[in-house]
Design a protein around this ligand. Structure first.
Ligand code: H2U
Ligand code: ZN
Length: 349
């Protein structure tokens, strides 16, 4: 008898229309791995050498104001630039090229150098949500912008250059690859069923329960059936809001609360400030945009401990993504963790 808890199988991701290989027999009880004693990081509330702290100078000479909540500035090393000489796309099938323009910004979540989302209160995260909504609205209505990507790299392991709590916005003239895949899948589903793909998916997940991590009135967090990263989590708005700019007051509170819950449980998993890349997917300013349902993806690399990470190499680069622990096992592990961050619980309590 085929048992998805035992036998290798592949699962389908309806958002990207790609498969993931699941090999559950390789690690029956992944959480039996060691919990390492990592030295508790202590950071000062203000770091004179930090380019994001209030009052400090950034590369290029600009000086941060004495900000007290969120702070947005133009990325000094922007990957996309607003102006670019016009050029017709090259027709050559082997040498396609076209200009891309855009706007890159950095958002500081807090003036406090020593905090993370997990260590900020829901009331402190709420202005960050408002900032994302405001930036989305502003950039979506900026001529020449096709898509607003908001993302956070957390931790050195994910290439984050600075522990000061912050994220980035890359707003581009084009719709990026991952978003284009999700756009096509959601639009097709919406045309066929008259409902959003993620609305229907969430309904099924909430009924099943086994992959749910947390839920509040505005948002749900779950390990998607098709997760690739060991403790991957998707957060989804309960109502089919198309983007951050479409969230109600109450839904913004719900988003702040679910972010606090997920990041806190992450930190508690291996008792370390948990590294991840996180970002939202929302309705593009350009392109169809039909059937869009706001969601965020947490892609964390850690597998068995604070140091044992998952790499997407070898078979994954050449063939397809693969995971050992099932989405159900990962969700069960995340559900049983405390909602109080380990540093506030006392060591090893
Ligand atoms: P990451 O930690 O995810 O690398 O984000 C930091 C961003 O901050 C990065 O994109 C920018 C970098 O270009 N930055 C500035 O805009 N000004 C600075 O003085 C240093 C870094
Ligand atoms: Zn700082």
């Amino acid at each position: 008898m085929f048992d998805p808890k035992e036998h290798p199988h592949r699962r389908y991701n309806p958002l990207t229309r790609e498969w993931v290989l699941v090999s559950p027999h390789r690690t029956k009880r992944p959480w039996q791995g060691q919990v390492e004693e990592t030295p508790a990081e202590t950071r000062p509330a203000y770091d004179p050498g930090c380019y994001l702290c209030p009052g400090n100078r950034r590369a290029g000479g600009a000086e941060n104001p004495e900000y007290t909540s969120t702070y947005v500035f133009q990325n000094d090393f922007a990957a996309l630039l607003p102006g670019c000489p016009e050029a017709a796309p090259a027709e050559d099938a082997f040498f396609r090229i076209e200009p891309v323009t855009g706007i890159c910004r950095v958002i500081c979540f807090s003036p406090r150098h020593d905090l993370t989302l997990a260590e900020m209160s829901v009331a402190e995260i709420r202005p960050v949500v408002d900032c994302w909504a405001q930036q989305t609205a502003e950039l979506n209505s900026t001529p020449g912008i096709g898509y607003v990507q908001i993302f956070e790299n957390r931790g050195e392991m994910m290439g984050c250059s600075n522990p000061h709590p912050h994220c980035q916005i890359w707003a581009s003239s084009v719709v990026p690859n991952e978003v284009a895949k999700e756009d096509a899948a959601q639009a097709e589903y919406f045309h066929a069923h008259g409902r959003t793909l993620l609305g229907d998916y969430l309904e099924r997940e909430m009924a099943a329960g086994e992959r749910m991590v947390a839920v509040n009135e505005g948002f749900a967090a779950l390990v998607p059936y098709w997760a690739v990263w060991p403790y991957e989590v998707m957060i989804v708005s309960r109502r089919a809001a198309a983007g951050l700019d479409a969230l109600s007051d109450g839904e913004r509170d719900g988003l702040a609360a679910i972010l606090k819950t997920v990041t806190t449980r992450y930190d508690n998993l291996f008792r370390v400030s948990f590294p991840y890349s996180f970002g939202f997917h929302q309705r593009p300013a350009l392109a169809g945009g039909e059937g869009w349902h706001l969601h965020g993806h947490f892609y964390p690399p850690l597998l068995r401990s604070a140091t044992v990470r998952k790499f997407l190499v070898g078979y994954e680069m050449l063939a397809m993504p693969q995971r050992d622990i099932t989405a159900e096992a990962a969700a069960a592990r995340l559900r049983e963790l405390s909602e109080t961050q380990y540093r506030h619980l006392g060591r090893w309590s």
